[in-house]
Write a protein that binds this ligand. Structure first.
Ligand code: SF4
Ligand code: ZN
Length: 266
């Protein structure tokens, strides 16, 4: 079931099997299943683990990722944030504490920046992440509740509306797969993944939305995504994202200075 859904998704986004894909491995079940299935369907993949250096959690995740790559016999790149940027994620959180941003939002900004830059360095054609249907439904609903549904416009099984030589498109092979099915599959295939949660997560609002979504039937969840797709199809025509290059780091950015550099400088 999950295999045919993912196959269909990859067919839909017209991904040739000679595409070189860098899979963002977090140590969790979703990215493990993503790597496993992409490889099973014949894609050339390599793994990337971003070591945020947040103590034991990062160490446990890295251990699971190493085991997975050994089992799949794929190359693993490790990006150590401390080595590369001179600070751990905990240092960064402390530094920008007064900005009252939640930890996950800050991690997200840095992870996206690192993924794009590293994928370019390794000449990957695409970046794959493990986002599943539940994650996407959560994000879409959160944007609706915030009154900014257009923030979801570029989301989909493949990034839309951004074409730039320095931007590596992201794919989400599990976009149409329920979280519980991903979990069952990871267990069935005995893939190594960490069971614990990051204790620094402050996404309480996402947690509330997650609980709400968990209380819905599969049909309701699918309907949320159907609405999301028809909505994003409509606004895509108007919304072509123009990319600039960050004046500080040179990475693609929507503003003169990218979000990562804005955070890093304060
Ligand atoms: Fe960062 Fe949140 Fe993930 Fe923890 S759960 S690593 S704080 S994004
Ligand atoms: Zn920048």
């Amino acid at each position: 079931m999950i295999e045919s859904k993912v196959k269909q998704t990859l067919r839909k986004i017209k991904l040739p099997t000679n595409t070189k894909i860098l899979v963002a491995l977090s140590g969790g079940k979703d990215s493990a299943v993503t790597a496993y299935l992409l490889q099973r369907f014949g894609f050339k993949i390599e793994g990337l683990y971003i070591d945020l250096r947040i103590g034991k959690y990062s160490e446990d995740c890295l251990k699971a990722v190493k085991e997975l790559c050994k089992r799949l016999k794929i190359k693993l790149h490790v990006y150590d944030i401390k080595k590369e940027q001179g600070k751990t994620m905990q240092d960064i959180w402390k530094k920008i504490k007064k900005k009252r941003l939640n930890n996950c939002a800050v991690c997200g900004v840095f992870k996206k920046w690192i993924l794009n830059k590293t994928a370019r360095k390794f000449k990957a054609d695409k970046i794959a992440t493990g986002h599943n249907l539940d994650d996407e439904a959560q994000t879409f609903l959160m944007n609706v509740f915030k009154g900014s549904p257009e923030l979801s416009a570029n989301s989909g099984a493949i990034t839309k509306n951004i074409k730039d030589k320095k931007f590596i498109p992201r794919i989400k092979p599990l976009f149409y797969v329920f979280e519980e099915d991903v979990k069952k599959y990871a267990i069935q295939k005995k893939l190594p993944f960490i069971k614990g949660k990051c204790r620094y997560s402050q996404e309480s609002y996402r947690g509330e939305v997650r609980n709400f979504i968990n209380s819905l039937s599969g049909k309701d969840k699918k309907n949320i995504m159907k609405n999301f797709q028809s909505f994003s199809g409509k606004i895509q025509k108007d919304k072509k994202t123009k990319m600039l290059y960050c004046e500080v780091c040179g990475e693609p950015s929507r503003g003169k200075i990218c979000k990562r550099c804005v955070l890093f400088r304060h």
